[in-house]
Design a protein around this ligand. Structure first.
Ligand code: DP6
Length: 348
């Protein structure tokens, strides 16, 4: 006897960053964040979950390699889903109580892990959806379970533009993700990922956040006065379909997060010279399109905990932006996204 379910979840990219935790165990943030969930077809994680009374224990494989299940994040996700399964369980108490069957989980990304491309977000989101379904959990808010795997994962269970509320409750019950707008809200948008390095990041997000909260004055300013106001403004820009302000607010928030990192002690450095060159190019491009009276063609960058830029680009600007990028960063100089995604070695 067994039940098996496969689910996929896409990557999401934050435009207002989640940076800083108020609870490291439950993974509760110090501020609300806002993100774009990319479409499923390119960067996504796929998870298959299988439960059977024949299994002797839970097991987990990531990209073909068996991983320890001692990881408390996976444990917390499983605990939360099993708790929900028990609440709505029709077989509980009987011989066929599926909530007591062990689960085997197989997860794979179609892009490299830990290179600052939010792979853990897609991974935990896909895992939570697959495991919940295989245990018969229907309805309910899966963002709470995904959040316990990785904070940013709670935004990947929803599509389009998503807001993750920090919540006030100590148990995190109100720290949930909600869709703010559908995927096509700003018309056809493309995300261009500029991979400056495919290497694993030096300082993980948890440590980076912790250090900023403890030591950075810019982080203190962010949390006490700027990020909440910026979140309010970006939600307003979204409601008014004000693409130009959306772009400006996205870039400011990325710059502020990285300024907080640089002013931590010791400094947390994610962006490289290549990242800064992308920033310069985007501002220069925006200056020209605005001067030409075409603010709808503006683009924006955002950087997570790594050197790779994610650019949000309106469909009508993709051709021009790609040719600019290729002129400034010829493919022979660095790893192309295609090389990177196929896992081939990047030139150094
Ligand atoms: C810079 O979600 O990876 O991408 O909750 O510790 O797993 P944990 O952190 P994680 O942090 C993401 C940080 C970020 C910003 C964001 O996605 O909002």
């Amino acid at each position: 006897k067994y039940f098996i379910v496969t689910a996929t979840a896409p990557v999401n990219i934050a435009v207002i960053k989640y940076w800083g935790k108020r609870d490291e165990v439950l993974i509760l943030p110090l501020n609300d964040s806002v993100s774009f969930t990319l479409s499923q077809d390119q960067l996504c994680a796929t998870t298959t979950a299988c439960i059977s009374p024949a299994f002797t224990n839970d097991a987990f494989w990531l990209n073909g390699k068996e991983e320890s299940l001692e990881n408390p994040r996976i444990q917390n996700c499983l605990k939360e889903i099993r708790r929900r399964a028990k609440e709505s369980c029709s077989s509980c108490g009987s011989e066929d109580d599926i909530t007591s069957w062990p689960v085997h989980i197989c997860s794979a990304n179609n892009f490299p892990t830990a290179a600052g491309l939010a792979s853990s977000a897609a991974g935990y989101a896909a895992m939570v959806v697959a495991v919940a379904e295989v245990y018969g959990v229907s309805g309910g808010d899966l963002s709470v379970a995904a959040r316990q795997g990785s904070g940013s994962a709670c935004r990947s269970v929803l599509g389009g533009i998503v807001r993750w509320y920090k919540g006030e409750q100590l148990d995190g019950s109100d720290s949930v993700a909600r869709q703010v707008a559908p995927p096509d809200h700003f018309g056809e948008l493309h995300a261009i990922l500029c991979v400056a390095s495919g290497r694993r990041k030096k300082t993980g997000s948890t440590e980076g956040m912790r250090r900023c909260v403890k030591t950075s004055l810019v982080m203190n300013m962010r949390l006490t006065s700027t990020v909440d106001a910026r979140t309010k403004n970006i939600v307003k820009a979204i409601a008014e379909k004000d693409w130009s302000s959306f772009c400006d607010l996205t870039m400011s928030d990325s710059q502020e997060m990285h300024a907080a990192c640089l002013t931590a002690s010791p400094p947390v450095v994610y962006m490289t010279d290549t990242s800064h060159a992308v920033v310069e190019l985007v501002h220069e491009y925006n200056r020209v399109v605005v001067k030409e009276g075409q603010p709808q063609l503006k683009i924006c960058y955002t950087f997570d905990a790594g050197p790779n830029a994610c650019l949000f680009v309106p469909a009508a600007a993709v051709g021009q932006v790609m040719s600019l990028l290729l002129k400034v960063f010829p493919p022979s100089d660095h790893c192309t996204l295609d090389t990177y995604l196929r896992g081939l070695p990047c030139p150094t």
